[in-house]
Each structure stands twice: as structure tokens, then as C-alpha cells.
Design a protein around this ligand. Sequence first.
Ligand code: SF4
Ligand code: SF4
Length: 215
Amino acid sequence: MIISRQKNQDELKKALTGLARVFLVGCGACATVCKSGGEEEVFRMQEWLATGGIAVTGSVVIDEACHIMRAGRDLRQHRVAVDEADGILVLACGSGIQSIAISSAKQVVGGLDSLFLGNVRRIGEYEEKCSLCGECILNETAGICPVTTCAKGLLNGPCGGMAEGHCEIDDGVDCAWHLIYEKLKKQGRSAVFDRPVAPKNWSGKQKPGRHKVER
Ligand code: SF4
Ligand code: SF4
């Protein structure tokens, strides 16, 4: 899921300059799990806006704000409240904010910063495990991603800075390549470690990314 957090209040106030009435949008997926843009946060945002004299004409928490058609449908269902607003404040990741910008001519204000694609350890604790590199090498690295979890993104490690299984960049963090080696060894696959991982073909990492499922 996409890990996001709310912008600080000063930044948000600045972004809302000139808007007396806003329509509020939250996201029922990632931003809800991150506690940055679910029902509760939309409600709290409404209260905070009131203290600053900004009226909320209406609100909706879209199932997945990144789904452009659903975002458009939900805005149409709230057309009157959206029309009454000077702008739309969106508590969703950058993808969700852009779904709303695509679906409305109104000024869109993003209330969140998007941080990374993350795994949920528990609610409130998130970890980056994959950087979406476009050519996954987990089959050679015992299911541990060095592109993301090695501080240097090394494809062949460990580097000379590894000490007793810890990373030289942060002593409190396990060296990704130490973990890979230990896991391959337990699986009886340490021979995989003997051959170097080939340089990454970054052409799989498109910008902007596009993917269409062939039917
Ligand atoms: S190798 Fe690439 S796609 Fe696979 S987990 Fe790492 S960053 Fe993600
Ligand atoms: S010590 Fe390990 S995790 Fe840290 S930079 Fe070197 S190879 Fe990467």
C-alpha cells in the first residue's frame, strides 16, 4: 500500500489560502490504513478547518481514490456540494489527489505527502520493502530486496562496511545482504550467492509507468 502522512498545518494553511469553502475527499484504502485520510481524519480535518473559518460544503471517502472512474462517479454524486465549494481538499496519496484533479475543474489541494510503497508491520508502523524497480530479482535473493533494503541499493553485497550482520549506514539495521546470505544458506541454496547478480536493466522502470493487461 501507499504510505502517506498529513502535511503540517502551516503548509496546509498556505495551500488553502483564498479558499473560504472546500469539499473534503478521503480515501477508503491506503490513507485509511495509514490513518492519514480515512473517515476519522476527514471528520477531524473538518473540525480543524472550522477553527480557521473555512466551511466544508460536503465530504466523501472514496473506496480507492486512485481509481479514476470511481473518483469521478463519487464527485458526480456530490455535485451540488462540490459546486458550492471554492476548492477540493483531498486526503489521499498523490495518485488519489490526481484522480480528483482529473475529475474536476476545481482547484485541488493535496492534504497528504506520499512516502513510499510499504508493508504494514502493524497499524502505525510501516516499512518499505519494494521500490517498484520494474525487474524483480527476489528469486535470486531469497525473497529479500536489496534494491530497497540495502542502504546503498547494492545488487551484489555485502559491502565492506558490514559488521556482525549490521549495516554501516545504521548500526541498528540488519545488513540486507547478510540476511540474504543467511536465508539462502538455510534453504541450502547458498550456491546462488556464488554467482554475481547481473546489472539491473532499468529500462523496465518506466516514467511515467503505463501497464495495460492484455485480454
Ligand atoms: S527487486 Fe525491484 S520489484 Fe523486486 S522487490 Fe526489489 S524493488 Fe521491488
Ligand atoms: S552494510 Fe549491507 S545493507 Fe549496509 S550498505 Fe553495505 S551491503 Fe548494504
